[in-house]
Design a binder for this molecule. Structure first.
Ligand SMILES: NC(=O)C[C@H](N)C(=O)O
Length: 491
């Protein structure tokens, strides 16, 4: 049997369904791979060996009993540590939740289990999903399998690195400003942010509730679509979940893989295709635009004049929501409690707990958000940012009257050396320059590998109208059919 860790999720599912290999064998191969490389990569915060093998055995038993298996049954998946997993530690990359074992599964995890996928464990992330390099994890950074001295992106660097290091064929991320797509871009993997409300936030530890969107990560576009179909769809337990079925993303990915984009009109975002990105990134992007033209797509330039204000608007809205959401970590209800010696007031214990439990970036965001929401500043900062959000949404609406989807590089730069941006928050924030607009708008976006610059992966982003997730999969799969997939140098 060839190395099972090199196969796609679709291939693994077919092998398990036909009985050529068992879910237990597939799971063991990935657990062995994790044991062999994760001390160097550190993609995982927790590996659930027992749980994974039990889930795999259950799939094999169902198959032996002649039961019909779902399209991803027996396929391992790694889950970002932002999603609750019943009885399995969930830390959000923070000390404040160290040792917390949630009493319930998030909807995403519930759906993964129901589909017969095998959860390998929980992946590393920037604390509370705040960061672009996974260096802000309270449990130490994840490294990029392409170059262990470079960052794997963030906040979901663990989910992306696990794919690039062949520790898992599928993973789950969450994208508030780019946390799925940016790690995908810098690790040469595929990351999709679904339409906001297209995937459930129930059991997703909240950062910025009007933006947080869980979604699929994979090494191929089809695998991402297969995972999207499993986790997506309406959930009555999430008040912003859209009561409509997910568009047929799998069919769209298959259609795209035929390499025919005749009749598809794509808009290159003027503001994101000039300055602001590294020359090597722009060169790979331009080559991809040419490749898409050869596949039959019509390419036009589209100006989205308010996109330039997306980053500052995001850094008011997201911290504002975070300052409110993170108030629940008070040392009373969850996880860490510091200084509760019977002599201190409740307020002192809360303050000591939050001081010890939160890292520097989380504290920075809470302060930014508290300031932006405070009386006297609310209108000037938070209110103004909400107006900008509306203008950005209008840019998208106008653009989608002209084109089917928008394209841009996913990130302005390739994976940067570890430690090179941690002392300058603004430089770190710039990693999401091109991904944030679609979060503010709520539409779907996907990053697909499109080439290399300085030997490191570059991603192309496809953005589509809300609830037209299928469109982005079609375009991404078409590009993948011509540029191929990208394998990091051997670990
Ligand atoms: N969570 C995200 O989507 C990422 C973004 N880099 C942030 O720090 O807010």
């Amino acid at each position: 049997m060839s190395d099972l860790t090199r196969l796609t999720a679709a291939e693994l599912a077919a092998l398990v369904a036909s009985g050529e290999t068992s879910a237990v064998e597939v799971t063991r191969a990935h657990l062995d791979r994790i044991a062999a490389v994760d001390d160097r990569v550190h993609a995982f915060l927790h590996v659930d060996t027992e749980g994974a093998l039990a889930a795999a055995r259950a799939v094999d038993e169902r198959r032996a009993a002649g039961e019909e298996l779902g399209p991803l049954a027996g396929v391992p998946v790694a889950v970002k540590d932002v999603l609750t997993t019943k009885g399995v530690p969930t830390t959000v990359g923070s000390k404040i939740l160290e040792g917390w074992r949630p009493p319930y599964d998030s909807t995403i995890v519930e759906r993964l289990r129901a589909a017969g996928t095998v959860m390998l464990g929980k992946t590393n992330m920037d604390e509370f999903a705040m960061g672009s390099s996974t260096e802000y994890s309270a449990y130490g950074p994840t490294r990029n399998p392409w170059d262990l001295e470079r960052i794997p992106g963030g906040s979901g660097g663990g989910s992306a690195a696990a794919l690039a290091a062949y520790e898992a064929p599928l993973s789950i991320g969450s994208d508030t400003g780019g946390s799925i797509r940016q790690p995908g871009a810098v690790t040469g993997t595929v990351g999709a942010k679904p339409t906001y409300g297209g995937t459930s936030r129930y059991g997703l530890v909240a950062f910025s509730s009007s933006l947080d969107t869980p979604g699929p990560c994979a090494r191929t576009v089809l695998d991402a679509a297969l995972l999207h179909a499993v986790i997506g769809g309406h959930d009555p337990r999430d008040s912003t979940s859209i009561p409509q079925p997910v568009p047929d993303v799998v069919a769209a990915a298959k259609r795209g893989a035929t390499g025919d984009l005749t009749g598809v009109k794509l808009g290159v975002v003027t503001e994101f295709s000039g300055d602001g990105a590294e020359p090597g990134v722009l060169a790979a992007f331009r080559d991809s635009v040419e490749a898409l033209t050869k596949l039959g797509a019509e390419i036009v330039e589209v100006s989205c004049p308010h996109f330039q204000y997306a980053l500052p608007a995001y850094y008011l809205i997201a911290p504002s929501e975070c300052s409110s959401n993170l108030a629940r970590f008070d040392g009373v209800r969850f996880g860490l409690r510091v200084g509760d010696d019977g002599n201190r007031s409740l307020e002192e214990v809360m303050s000591l707990t939050r001081d010890a439990g939160f890292g520097p970036e989380v504290k920075r965001r809470i302060m930014l958000g508290t300031y932006a929401l405070s009386s006297g500043y609310y209108d000037a900062y938070y209110g103004q940012a909400q107006k900008v959000r509306t203008l950005i949404t209008r840019d998208f609406t106008a653009a989608f009257e002209q084109v089917d989807a928008l394209i841009s590089p996913t990130t302005p730069f390739v994976a940067f050396p570890m430690g090179s941006r941690t002392s300058d928050p603004y430089q770190m924030y710039l990693a999401d320059l091109f991904t944030i607009p679609s979060n503010l708008y709520g539409g779907p976006g996907i990053s697909v590998p499109c080439g290399l610059s300085e030997g490191l992966p570059v991603g192309l982003q496809v953005m589509a109208p809300t609830m037209a997730d299928d469109r982005m999969y079609r375009v991404a799969a078409a590009l993948e059919s011509t540029v191929g997939t990208f394998t990091p140098p051997a670990l």
